[in-house]
Design a protein. Structure first.
Length: 263
């Protein structure tokens, strides 16, 4: 019941975050050009990644079924693929469950956060990714991968991974639609402001979708646990009644048999 009440608010945050992210992608797609791309560090495409950062979002609490295990498995897959290509990994973990697992397997964690609640804010996303953006600009890392949950429905919360840095120019789905923009002061300055906002929004959207997915997974896990407990109670009650009825029948048979013997 608690997860269900939290889920509604989490769903509202997911629904509220998606339109802004959609328009932001469209604006960057309209403003992007190869000439401008050479001037922005966040669009830098390294020839070969020598060091990459992985940002994993998990929950602080359990009782959510395989939710955290699936996220950790996805992060391990990303780490293995990146390391196979010859890059070192800086692991950044959000949530006690992910942090506890990687400490258990003795995997070094570059940074961890356990103070982000199930109501993440834009400031939380900013605090998570701004330092990583600066590391990318300073060429300390060559890529940033984000592992989070995608909220489709309370029953469908699959883990997903995406490369956040370098920023890939979003493609316009409808290329026939031409927008007439008045750019002030110019496209270069606007794109320079939008790119960090786009990265922060990507992380914020991942935070709210992971929070909603956690509540959905917890509600599903608790419902399954309740259903299983109800089934067990029904089975045990039936077995108890059968044993009790058999005992009563046996006692009656013994009484009838004793009475017949006395006659």
């Amino acid at each position: 019941m608690v997860a269900t009440s939290k889920l509604k608010r989490a769903q509202d945050r997911v629904v509220g975050a998606r339109p802004y992210a959609k328009v932001l992608r469209e604006m960057i797609a309209d403003l992007y050009s190869p000439e401008l791309a050479d001037r922005f560090p966040l669009l830098r495409q390294p020839a070969k990644a020598s060091r990459a950062a992985v940002l994993l979002l998990t929950s602080n609490r359990g009782l959510a079924g395989a939710f955290n295990a699936n996220l950790i498995r996805e992060a391990r897959g990303v780490i293995e693929r990146v390391e196979k290509n010859g890059a070192a990994i800086d692991l950044h973990v959000v949530g006690r469950k992910g942090l506890g697992y990687f400490r258990y397997v003795n995997r070094p964690v570059a940074a961890s956060r356990t103070d982000i609640t199930d109501r993440p804010t834009a400031d939380d996303a900013k605090s998570l990714v701004d330092d990583l953006m600066q590391q990318f600009i300073d060429k300390k890392i060559d890529a940033l991968y984000l592992v989070s949950a995608k909220y489709n429905s309370p029953l469908s919360t699959p883990p997903v991974s995406e490369q956040v840095l370098p920023v890939a120019a979003p493609e316009r789905k409808d290329r026939k639609q031409v927008r007439d923009y008045i750019l002030a002061p110019n496209a270069e300055e606007i794109l320079g402001m939008l790119l960090p906002a786009y990265v922060r929004n990507t992380v914020y959207r991942a935070l709210v979708e992971t929070a909603a997915s956690e509540q959905g997974a917890r509600r599903t896990a608790m419902k399954n646990a309740t259903d299983n407990a109800t089934d067990l109670l029904t089975t045990y009650k039936r077995n108890y009644n059968r044993a009790r009825q058999a005992q009563i029948t046996q006692e009656i048979a013994e009484i009838v048999g004793g009475a017949a013997a006395l006659e």
